[in-house]
Design a protein around this ligand. Structure first.
Ligand SMILES: Cc1ncc(COP(=O)(O)O)c(C=O)c1O
Length: 324
């Protein structure tokens, strides 16, 4: 089901996509008072499975906590709402967008009088940076925009407000002919892309900026660090001056939308061999073996959806090509 069709879960009920409206006076529209998530449900030969859904829901509730929003649903409630939205739309694989936002009541800056409204959208969403990006890599630039300084906008919250900064980074990159922009933090260290974390590989060591570099602590980032350590790599969270990108043997983005996407150039400086490198390829392979159910889910990252009786109770890892 493509973006624009199907049903959306709003405050406990399903509504037709076209009817999922909010009032123009809703607080979130004027002041960016929303928090949200982006997760994926993968289709495998063993059925459909959401990747680290509990972790996404925990981050959603934590984002709300930072913004003093009482989540109307607890963790299990969110998981049930999300699973039922996927079922209602009869989707086997999809992108999942739960959102919690300050709704309509009064229009002062203070959001506290406004209700906390919630919704879940799902739709089929393929390769975020284009069909060839994960194989061939993308060309990116360092953004002229920095990420938020500490104690301005909380980077650890996945809040709608942060994406005003992300939109500036993305627009600048796209209008200059790049796929993405990489923002530096306020101290000039590498932070992240407009909607994805990043890693570099240098002399066999895998590095990624730390949480203190104004990044969203990504769930894919955490997964990639776990997978890489499992493969025996030395993985470090460390501050990175910009030039470390230029001198990397490999660089790649990670995130729910981009999954694992090689970066082939930064500011027109070719990274390594200018194509997906061997470490990126190994991590990409290992990641997709897990999300496609081809290997046993030893990290317990897959939440299987009972979409139909024929797939019920089948364990992960008994069959299956990646049929994304
Ligand atoms: C700004 C930003 N950084 C990083 C990420 C990657 O996070 P995750 O892997 O949890 O999707 C995202 C995507 O949600 C993002 O929007």
């Amino acid at each position: 089901m493509a973006f624009g069709t199907g049903k959306i879960w709003m405050n406990g009920s399903f509504v037709e996509w076209a009817d999922a409206r909010i009032h123009i006076g809703s607080h979130v529209i004027h002041y960016g008072t929303g928090v949200f998530e982006g997760a994926r449900c993968y289709r495998t030969q063993n059925g459909s499975a959401c990747f680290r859904l509990d972790d996404h829901v925990v981050r959603l509730i934590n984002s709300a906590k930072i913004y003093r929003m009482d989540s109307p649903l607890d963790r299990e409630g969110w998981v049930r709402a999300i699973e039922s939205t996927i079922r209602e739309n009869n989707l086997k694989a999809c992108y999942i967008r739960p959102i919690m936002y300050r709704g309509y009541s009064a229009l002062g800056v203070n959001p506290l009088p406004c209700p906390v409204d919630i919704a879940v959208m799902v739709w089929e969403w393929g390769a975020y940076l284009g069909p060839e990006a994960q194989d061939k890599g993308v060309d990116v630039r360092i953004s002229s925009w920095n990420r938020m300084a500490p104690n301005t906008f909380p980077a650890m919250a996945k809040s709608t407000a942060n994406y005003a900064n992300a939109a500036l980074i993305k627009m600048e990159a796209v209008l200059d002919g790049y796929s993405e922009g990489i923002a530096l933090d306020v101290n000039g260290f590498v932070s992240e892309g407009s909607g994805q974390n990043l890693f570099i590989v240098r002399n066999g060591v895998i590095s990624t900026p730390p949480v203190s570099a104004s990044i969203l602590p990504g769930i894919t980032r955490d997964s990639v660090m776990t997978i890489a350590r499992g493969l025996g790599f030395d993985v470090r969270e460390e501050l990175m001056p910009r030039e470390m990108l230029y001198l990397a043997d490999e660089a790649f983005f990670v995130g729910t939308a981009v999954e694992i996407t090689p970066i082939r150039s930064v500011d027109k400086i070719v990274i390594g061999a200018g194509q997906r490198g061997p470490v990126t390829a190994a991590l990409h392979r290992a990641f997709f073996e897990i999300v496609s159910g081809e290997v046993p889910d030893t990290h317990n990252w897959l939440k299987w959806l009972d979409l139909d009786e024929s797939t019920r109770n089948q364990p992960a890892g008994t069959a299956g090509a990646n049929v994304r």
